[in-house]
Design a protein around this ligand. Structure first.
Ligand SMILES: [Zn+2]
Length: 177
C-alpha cells in the first residue's frame, strides 16, 4: 500500500530495574522497548512481533488520507471508466455503521468507511470502483455489476468483506437518487 515500506526501527533495551512489564516509547521516528533484564529473547520475541504488527497497522492507517483516496479513485477511473467520471468529493468517514461505502450521485460525493483503512489495497480499490460505478448506475442491476466486474479482484474483495462481517451491507439506500 504505502510506497515507503521502510522497516520499523525497534530498539530493545534491557533494564535490571524492570521486573515484570515491557514498555514502549516512540523516539526519533523509531521505538524503544524496555524489557526486564532476565526476560529471555524467546519470551520477548512474540511480544515484539505483536508490537510490530500493531505499529505497522497504525502506520498504514495514517498513510491513507483523503488525498490518497482521491488519487486512487482517479487512477481507477482511468483504468475502468476511461477517465470519464467526475466527483466532488471522496472521503474517509467514521459513521458508516455497517456499510463499507456510500455514494450520493446527486451531489457526486463518495464516502468510504474508515474501518477499511487497514484492509489490503485490492479491497479498498474494489470499494472505490463499486462507489464510482454508482455515479453511472445508482442501483445494483446487471449494468452496474458489468462495470464493477471489470475490476479483476471483485470476487476476492467481496469475500474479504464478507469475512469482515460487512457481508450484504451494501450501500443501496444512499445510492438511490
Ligand atoms: Zn452499491
Amino acid at each position: 500500500m504505502s510506497h515507503e515500506e521502510s522497516e520499523l526501527r525497534i530498539q530493545i533495551v534491557r533494564s535490571a530495574r524492570r521486573t515484570k512489564s515491557v514498555s514502549m516509547q516512540e523516539r526519533d521516528g523509531g521505538y524503544v522497548v524496555r524489557a526486564p533484564a532476565r526476560m529471555s529473547d524467546t519470551e520477548l520475541a512474540p511480544i515484539i512481533d505483536d508490537l510490530r504488527k500493531r505499529l505497522e497497522r497504525r502506520r498504514g492507517k495514517r498513510s491513507r488520507t483523503d488525498t490518497d483516496l482521491d488519487a486512487r479513485a482517479k487512477q481507477l477511473n482511468r483504468m475502468f471508466f476511461g477517465g470519464a467520471l467526475t466527483w466532488n468529493s471522496i472521503k474517509w468517514v467514521g459513521n458508516q455503521n455497517s456499510r463499507y461505502g456510500s455514494c450520493t450521485p446527486r451531489t457526486k460525493s463518495i464516502r468510504i468507511s474508515d474501518r477499511l483503512r487497514t484492509v489490503p489495497d485490492f479491497v479498498v480499490d474494489y470499494v472505490v470502483v463499486h462507489e464510482l460505478a454508482h455515479l453511472v448506475e445508482a442501483n445494483h442491476g446487471p449494468a452496474f455489476w458489468a462495470l464493477v466486474n471489470q475490476f479483476p479482484k471483485t470476487e476476492r474483495a467481496r469475500g474479504y468483506l464478507m469475512a469482515m462481517s460487512l457481508e450484504g451491507t451494501d450501500d443501496t439506500s444512499d445510492c438511490a437518487q
